[in-house]
Unconditional design. Structure first.
Length: 367
């Protein structure tokens, strides 16, 4: 199809799944602050006023899981008193030993798996337009709330449907914003607030027209939200976290995992490679896949697909990738500087597209 409508969604940090992602990555960051060699896979589940923190770790850090969870929830904007239960064990010695490849003391992959990275030229951040605008709207909901608007509450969802003509962004067909709100505001006033302070500041006027549909809180009242309106668990929003459905995704989530877990680090590196293929003018769209075996530092396969948009063949582009990038796990960690406590910042509004992250930097490729 050359003419079609494609939709992506995003969620705010007050959504119960994102609360759990943020808790997990806050725990990871605290471990890395104290011990950069920490191996972490500690997740969270939340329902009502109850939080369960569970998983495995191998770290010298002294972690107050309950304190981290409660502080994270408070920073998001919830004021209720939460009960926290912790069930964290030491990481399996067999897995931990596999991470260090004793043949050359290089870092081995913490698990097998496939990872993907994607980039396109639809936005200046080299992200697909639907997820880019959905994230902008979700982030704007949070900004307005944290800047003092007490009618908007922490939980929310956004969705953007982009119409493509001849495979190019033509217009925005539909915008959906659902936000938790105070009981005091009417639906009419809420719609005005969302249109003026959320949608208009985020959406380029050239992309909307008289036929664009705006669906604001289409279900009506949304006062009860967060963990009291739904349950949440780490890692349940990997499509929001990546490309909104554009581009394939691997089998694992990102949040809670240190960089030895290639589910996270190699997905970041694939994005880095794909973005540089597009940013260097070699293709309009690019997707990179890599696969690893547990304990092995080098990937078992690397694949690139430019969907017919490349100025060179995909086989030629694969050789350019191999010349300019090193997919060994240890190199990924070093090149992207992934032992630093940077991960809480990634947990909401997408792991890709923000120029502050090392995997978003652009470099000149040799070919």
């Amino acid at each position: 199809m050359k003419d079609f409508i494609f939709t992506s969604e995003s969620i705010t940090e007050g959504h119960p799944d994102k609360i759990c992602d943020k808790i997990a990555d806050s725990i990871l960051d605290e471990a890395l602050r104290q011990d950069p060699e920490s191996k972490m896979a500690v997740e969270a589940t939340i329902k009502d006023d109850f939080v369960l923190i569970y998983g495995e770790c191998n770290t010298k850090a002294k972690l107050d899981y309950e304190k981290i969870a409660k502080e994270t929830i408070k920073k998001i904007g919830y004021t209720e008193d939460y009960t926290v239960m912790v069930k964290v064990n030491k990481q399996s010695a067999e897995i931990n030993n596999a991470v260090v490849n004793h043949e050359n003391e290089e870092v081995g992959a913490g698990d097998q798996g496939i990872m993907f990275g994607y980039a396109c030229d639809e936005t200046k951040e080299y992200m697909p337009a639907p997820i880019y605008y959905a994230h902008m709207l979700a982030l704007q909901l949070t900004r307005v709330r944290k800047n003092g608007n007490t009618d908007i509450k922490p939980d929310g969802k956004t969705q953007v449907s982009v119409e493509y003509k001849d495979n190019k962004v033509s217009r925005i067909d539909t915008i959906v914003v659902s936000t938790q709100h105070s009981a005091a505001i009417s639906q009419e006033d809420l719609k005005k607030l969302i249109m003026e302070e959320i949608i208009k500041p985020c959406i380029n006027e050239s992309l909307v027209d008289e036929n664009t549909k705006y669906l604001i809180n289409p279900s009506g009242s949304f006062v009860l939200g967060g963990s009291f309106g739904d349950s949440g668990t780490t890692g349940r929003k990997i499509v929001c976290d990546t490309y909104g459905g554009w581009g394939r995704i691997g089998g694992g989530c990102f949040s809670s995992k240190d960089a030895s877990k290639v589910d996270r680090s190699a997905a970041y590196y694939c994005r880095y490679v794909a973005k540089n293929i597009v940013a260097n003018g070699l293709a309009k769209r690019a997707e990179v896949e890599v696969a690893y075996a547990i304990g092995k530092s080098r990937p078992v396969s690397i694949c690139v697909d430019t969907f017919g948009t490349g100025i060179k063949t995909d086989e030629e582009l694969l050789e350019i990738i191999k010349k300019n990038f090193n997919f060994e796990v240890g190199n990924i960690i070093r090149e992207l500087d992934l032992k630093k406590p940077i991960f809480e910042k990634t947990s909401c509004y997408g792991h890709f597209g923000d120029p502050q992250f090392t995997w978003e930097k652009i470099k000149k490729l040799a070919y």
